[in-house]
Design a protein around this ligand. Structure first.
Ligand code: NAI
Ligand code: MG
Length: 510
């Protein structure tokens, strides 16, 4: 079912078209200040090398469906070359280098990301479809912040975990998704490098380009060859990394299905593993909350980056007495979201990352309608080309509905009511996931009471989707394990972080 068809299936719940006053003149970000190569090879041993596979695949701009560039498809042989380069660099250079010297390289990478920030932001938006204001104000600055943060740790690892020796693990294989391509690369590379590990990184097949620029940055920073290797490809390339016998540690962010497969693949091997998987976070709004502020948080929680956020606030739990008021306000607010050209500085909701993802969203939304939930959808006019989906929310959702349980990974919110704090806790935790939660109330005591009972790695109070390089991030239950960010983010890359190596015990010990 298309968005348009969906919109006409449920009469009376759709907001009115926007008034003229809300329209803005187009303000597209320029694309003439940099030049992408038409074709990218693999980055192995500090050089660009042609793939043994001889194969290349295109990456498209999901907002226009046009090809931007093609990238090499690494096969198992290519991955083997990358692992060998990483192993050599580990033994010969990186693990032997003085930690303070390593820190200087990591710092230099952070500076170079800042210098190439505008280019990185535009390429991120072109390749992945996210609004430029997000790639410019969130993804790129946070990526630089993570390198800065871990540059500072490199020579202080002895102080990170008292009484433990700070030894690296070896070669890390890192597989990342398409929702925050540069930022996920930074989350993985910065702590690994600071701790003295070398890396084989694979970006997602729909968004490889900022990782290619990152490879150029590694060259510009004169990072010793082989310390960072970047191979492109899809699931088979990722699996070749996971299965390679000379990898010591796997770090993965992506779907829960693939995460489980990886866990099975490394069982019984020497490989350590950290997984950051899906989520179905609850944003919990109490009647005593500042409602307008909560509306902004809810909007940011689910429509930010088209809902392509593992910790998106995709379930709204609202205290029954304010349900109608909140729904009225949300209905009005989604109408003001500007959906369209991701390069336009006014755009709030950009393109869905791929056709496959759009179809998944459409299928789940159609299912919500068929289950009898009430759909509320913005009447924003969607561009005729590219993959777009209008901001949507459902009311009348029961916990058993698929749209209340499955990760939609799109701009779609499910609204559920509760009457007491106990009921809110029970409903919030009633999910296979446990990545994040949001609590909206003007009572600090209620925040603490709730936060203690949430089975979620991150709990935001009166805000949502706020990130900081100093703050650990990670999941409970099927949202995975291991922490990224802050001091906790060092543990997965040190051989002897002791009990801190287990992320959960780290969190509980803090
Ligand atoms: P995915 O898990 O297939 O992709 C993530 C990364 O894993 C990509 O780099 C991919 O090439 C790689 N990969 C795929 N199969 C692999 C395998 N067998 N071994 C090793 N690496 C492998 O996710 P996909 O299919 O792109 O998205 C499907 C759903 O996953 C989304 O609809 C969303 O619900 C969820 N997702 C969650 C993310 C998160 O941040 N937690 C990120 C991306 C997707
Ligand atoms: Mg792309």
């Amino acid at each position: 079912m298309t968005t348009k068809e969906l919109a006409t299936t449920v009469q009376g719940t759709i907001s009115k078209p926007p008034k003229k006053g809300w329209l803005y003149a187009p303000s597209p970000e320029g694309t003439d200040h940099f030049r992408l190569k038409p074709r990218y090879e693999l980055f192995v041993g500090g050089k660009w090398v042609e793939p043994q596979s001889g194969k290349y695949f295109p990456t498209i701009n999901p907002a226009t469906e046009t090809v931007i560039a093609e990238v090499a498809e690494a096969n198992a042989e290519d991955v083997d070359r990358a692992v060998k380069a990483a192993r050599k660099a580990y033994h010969k250079v990186w693990s032997k280098m003085k930690p303070a010297e390593r820190g200087k390289y990591v710092y230099r990478i952070a500076r170079r990301i800042q210098e190439r920030a505008r280019e990185l932001a535009v390429v991120e938006t072109l390749d992945g479809g996210k609004p430029i204001k997000e790639s410019r104000d969130v993804d790129v600055p946070l990526a630089a912040a993570h390198f800065f943060h871990y540059a500072g740790w490199a020579d202080k690892l002895e102080y990170a975990f008292a009484g433990r020796r700070a030894r690296p693990i070896g070669v890390a294989g890192q597989v990342i998704p398409w929702n925050f391509p540069l930022l996920m690369a930074a989350w993985k590379l910065a702590p690994a490098l600071a701790c003295g590990n070398t890396v084989v990184l694979k970006p997602a097949e729909t968004t490889p380009l900022t990782a290619m620029i990152l490879a150029e940055i590694m060259q510009e920073c004169e990072l010793p060859e082989g310390v960072v290797n970047i191979v492109t490809g899809a699931g088979a390339t990722g699996a070749a990394i996971v299965d390679h016998p000379d990898i010591d540690k796997i770090a993965f962010t992506g779907s829960t299905g693939v995460g489980k497969r990886i866990q099975r693949a490394v069982a019984g091997t020497k490989k350590r593993v950290t997984l950051e998987l899906g989520g179905k976070a609850a944003n919990i709004v109490f009647a005593d909350a500042a409602i307008d502020q909560a509306v902004e948080g809810i909007i940011n929680g689910i429509y930010f980056n088209q809902g392509h956020v593992c910790c998106a606030g995709s379930r709204l739990l609202v205290e029954e007495s304010v349900h109608d008021l909140l729904v009225r306000k949300l209905t009005r607010r989604i109408e003001t979201l500007r959906v369209g050209d991701p390069l336009d500085k006014n755009t709030d909701v950009g393109a869905i990352n791929s056709k496959m993802q759009l179809e998944k969203i459409q299928e789940l939304v159609a299912h919500g309608v068929s289950e009898g939930c009430q759909i509320h959808q913005s009447r924003a006019q969607l561009p005729s080309r590219g993959y777009f989906f209008a901001p949507t929310f459902f009311t009348g959702v029961a916990q058993s509905h698929r749209i209340a349980q499955e990760e939609i990974f799109g701009p779609v919110l499910s609204v559920i009511t509760f009457r007491t704090p106990d009921e809110a806790v029970e409903k919030a935790n009633n999910t296979q996931y446990g990545l994040s939660a949001g609590i909206w109330t003007d009572k600090a005591a209620k925040v603490f009471w709730m936060a203690k009972r949430m089975r979620a790695g991150v709990v935001w109070a009166n805000t949502f989707n706020k990130f900081d390089a100093t703050s650990p991030f990670g999941g409970f239950k099927e949202s995975g394990f291991g922490r990224e960010g802050g001091r906790a983010g060092l543990a997965p890359y040190l051989a002897d972080a002791g009990s801190f190596a287990s992320a959960r015990s780290f969190v509980e010990a803090e």
